[in-house]
Design a protein around this ligand. Sequence first.
Ligand SMILES: NC(=O)c1ccc[n+]([C@@H]2O[C@H](COP(=O)([O-])OP(=O)(O)OC[C@H]3O[C@@H](n4cnc5c(N)ncnc54)[C@H](OP(=O)(O)O)[C@@H]3O)[C@@H](O)[C@H]2O)c1
Length: 275
Amino acid sequence: MTKTWLITGTSSGFGKELATVVAQQADTQLVATARQLSDLAYLDAFDAHRIAKVALDVTQPDQVTAAVAEAKQRFGKIDVLVNNAGLGYFSTIEESEMAQVRHLFDVNVFGLATVTQAVLPIMRAQRAGIIVNLSSALALTTLATMGFYSATKYAVEGYSDTLRQEVADLGIQVMTVEPSGARTDWAGRSSQKVAPQLADYATFSAGITDVPSSVTDAPGDPHKIAQVIYTQANQATVPHHLPLGDFAYDGGLANLRGLISEITSREALSRSTDD
Ligand SMILES: NC(=O)c1ccc[n+]([C@@H]2O[C@H](COP(=O)([O-])OP(=O)(O)OC[C@H]3O[C@@H](n4cnc5c(N)ncnc54)[C@H](OP(=O)(O)O)[C@@H]3O)[C@@H](O)[C@H]2O)c1
């Protein structure tokens, strides 16, 4: 069966790699979306009959409606939605600028939710569909100076885990992907960085100002990550969670084990508040 994929943020990074993997298959149709259509020239190397390039800023509800309508009109269905578009943010919690934080949530959380809301009626009518939400290793554990980014990705996890329960009987599956640091534009042009001004947080300065170089060295290979996402989203039953890379696996497990230990250490106290 030919599968139709709709992917957000295909101008660079994971989105571009995944769009390329999808475009290379003989049995796929691709709705590649980006804020600037000129960023999608790389798709001209593939069969234009199976590819629609569509302008989409996920913070613009009118564009979301139009993009999903165009996908339906062009290919008649959407089998796989990949909510990939996202930004980063490096700052201590106290020194974060709320206007920037709101924009971060607009893209990473509300943009993802707006696109999903527009696609769900199509998937419900089909009684089939896969929704892939790009989360992060930083939704399995946390790091100083990445608090608001983590907050957006923990929001994506709570949203996705709940949506999975609501749509399971409708033939729709939901997978979150939790990559570790990878060599994309994310920590470069896609992240605001607020260097600490308060002496009390000076210890975090280098971690923020050195981000661009540390990301060039990030272990995650975006092509391998895209390949794994493609393969796993094609399973009859997709994983609920897909941690990728050592940091997601080790850091995520260590945090979850600590949480279990903390919760179970006070079982009697926790239970004491019920009548
Ligand atoms: N790289 C990592 O280390 C890492 C690790 C874990 C999770 N992630 C997540 O992976 C996803 C993809 O990021 P990436 O690493 O591939 O970074 P990237 O190369 O910077 O790609 C980010 C993509 O999001 C798009 N985007 C930003 N704002 C948008 C908006 N308002 N509407 C539509 N598209 C928008 C960008 O488009 P423009 O070109 O128009 O800016 C770009 O295509 C993000 O959700 C990110 O949080 C990344």
